[in-house]
Design a binder for this molecule. Sequence first.
Ligand code: SAH
Ligand code: SF4
Length: 373
Amino acid sequence: MEVTNILGLDAAGLERFVASLGEKPFRARQLMHGVHQRFAGDFLALTDLAKVLREKLEASAMIEAPAVVSDSTAPDGTRKWLLDVDAGNAIEAVYIPEDDRGTLCVSSQAGCALDCAFCSTGKQGFNRNLSAAEIIGQLWHANRTLLAEGSNAPWVAQGRAPVTNVVMMGMGEPLANFENVVTALSVFLDDNAYGLSRRRVTLSTSGIVPAIDRLAAACPVALAVSLHAPNDTLRDRLVPLNRKYPLRELLAACRRYIPFAPRDFVTFEYVMLDGVNDSNAQARELATLLADVPSKVNLIPWNPFPGAEFRTSPRARIHEFQQVLADAGFVATIRKTRGEDIDAACGQLAGRVQDRTRRTVRIHTPGTRQRAS
Ligand code: SAH
Ligand code: SF4
């Protein structure tokens, strides 16, 4: 008999599962509450369930998050877990505590097939999509661990979970793993599970246009789009997916998303690469490009990783770029770099990927870069 991992089921999935055990639908809510709010690690701990049901669950189900391979904390409090997802693959989840919130950066794939020029995950190649249990398991694990250790975050003292915000900005392209990511998002939002509001859950995508529309229909959380360039020529080079979904189509999809967006705007991420995309002229071009999309721009100082061909823009350049955008009427923020001492900053997550794309061979062979599929 197949054993079901409860961590991977949303409300509908849990209802189907308890029905298959001959149980009433309210048992699904009890299970959800026990696993995602009380962080039970086994069914025996769920003492509000009848003994017979606990025995049925013991026989047919499990609660299993990816195992921790390593656990490191940076001087700024950022904490990174390397988590085993079988067959030699490991992914990373990063907890970023701030004064008023705790953000978990969650991975959606082992590696990434999209091969953006400046991204460490992309350079690792791609192995596979994470299951819903592996995605949800990251949030479950972080909350459970931080609570068990006695988190001293002020909101925890008020009875909230340590993780107050989730960003799908770890390893992988979340919209390339659509079904499992949407299942995970629905558990993040479910009042019987994590109960996060849509505005506290952000999905970052490099721009898979049809999937942006599907997300609007299925589970419209806050949307961040990795733009990085103000025109197609440069974006083709930095984000190869642009050759498939160019800027005109991408921005149209963003405009279509706005009515569903929990905060009425799309965030555009723009990684600052010295001498590549950071001139004042490019800032003005960006302002023109985004003129008719309700947006915020988040400038990300590029984080280095071994073997990369870029340098991060000087601080003064980033500030000037920001000023040009501000003068054009944009809200532009500069992302604080967190966790760089433990390689936990944006784009530094490499995990351990058994590459199936032969990317690691290709990047040493000029001229063989393939179009994104
Ligand atoms: N695949 C998704 C989400 C993961 S990447 C996406 O591309 O949006 C999360 C963010 O980190 C993206 O904006 C990405 O462009 C950015 N990023 C990638 N490599 C980076 C690096 N080395 N330094 C800073 N940001 C980086
Ligand atoms: Fe993949 Fe995002 Fe990295 Fe691009 S930036 S390679 S889409 S993880």
